[in-house]
Design a protein around this ligand. Structure first.
Ligand code: GAR
Length: 218
């Protein structure tokens, strides 16, 4: 997969990752073009960020859909109208139907706030602190039907400090997401990274582990 990839970003909330991706598209020529942003909730900040960037933004309202199958069908239809090469989950807090994930296998990405396979699911900062972890971070991975289990491309790793709280940890990890997500997308658009036979390939070789970017502290 290479060239300028038609990309749809799925969001549920603030959209800071969306903003980082859009900023890199403007300044860095990521090799992708965001052709649409879809939220599962109305009125979220991510939709405003999309509109301000001149990107078509729409809501596929989970609550209005009334059921998970109805939501999935609506989302699938909205996506196929946008005809994406890539589907980028950026703070999208819904579990997607297996059929939809399979349709975009190798072309659907997610960012998750933990060093997967540690802490899939919710409340990762709290759980990492409660477990006495010494490091935490975020992972950009290809999406497979199992939740937060797809092969990782890039991870951002931070040390946990004595005084860290959920808020302080989230702030540092999220800043790192804004680094690794655009980088992963650029690798995919350049044809450097892809999903083959269930593994991430980077520059012609399978990755045993995601590439790790450490927080730079001074
Ligand atoms: C991000 O930190 C992302 O890792 C997390 O939601 C946040 C959204 O922030 N995603 C998940 O927890 C998905 N399992 P944003 O809306 O500011 O980009």
């Amino acid at each position: 997969m290479s060239g300028t990839l038609r990309t749809v970003v799925l969001v549920s909330g603030d959209g800071s990752n969306l903003q980082a991706i859009l900023a890199h598209c403007v300044t860095g020529g990521l090799g992708i073009r965001v052709v649409g942003v879809i939220s599962d909730r109305p009125g979220v900040r991510a939709l405003d960020r999309a509109s301000q960037a001149g990107v078509p933004a729409l809501t596929v309202d989970y609550a209005a859909a009334g059921s998970r199958p109805a939501f999935s069908a609506w989302l699938a239809a909205a996506l196929s109208r946008l005809n994406p090469d890539l589907v980028v989950l950026a703070g999208f807090m819904r579990i997607l139907d297996t059929a939809l994930v399979e349709q975009y296998r190798g072309r659907m990405l997610n960012v998750h706030p933990s060093l997967l396979p540690k802490f899939p699911g919710l409340h990762t900062y709290r759980r990492a602190l409660e477990a006495g972890e010494r490091e935490h971070g975020a992972t950009v991975h290809f999406v497979i039907p199992d939740l937060d289990a797809g092969p990782g491309i890039l991870q951002y790793r931070v040390a946990i400090h004595g005084g860290d709280t959920e808020v302080s940890l989230r702030e540092r990890v999220r800043a790192g997401e804004h680094v690794i997500y655009p980088r992963a997308l650029a690798w995919i658009a350049a044809g450097r990274a892809s999903l083959k036979d269930g593994a991430v390939w980077l520059d012609g070789a399978p990755l045993a582990q995601p590439v790790v970017v450490d927080e730079v502290t001074s």
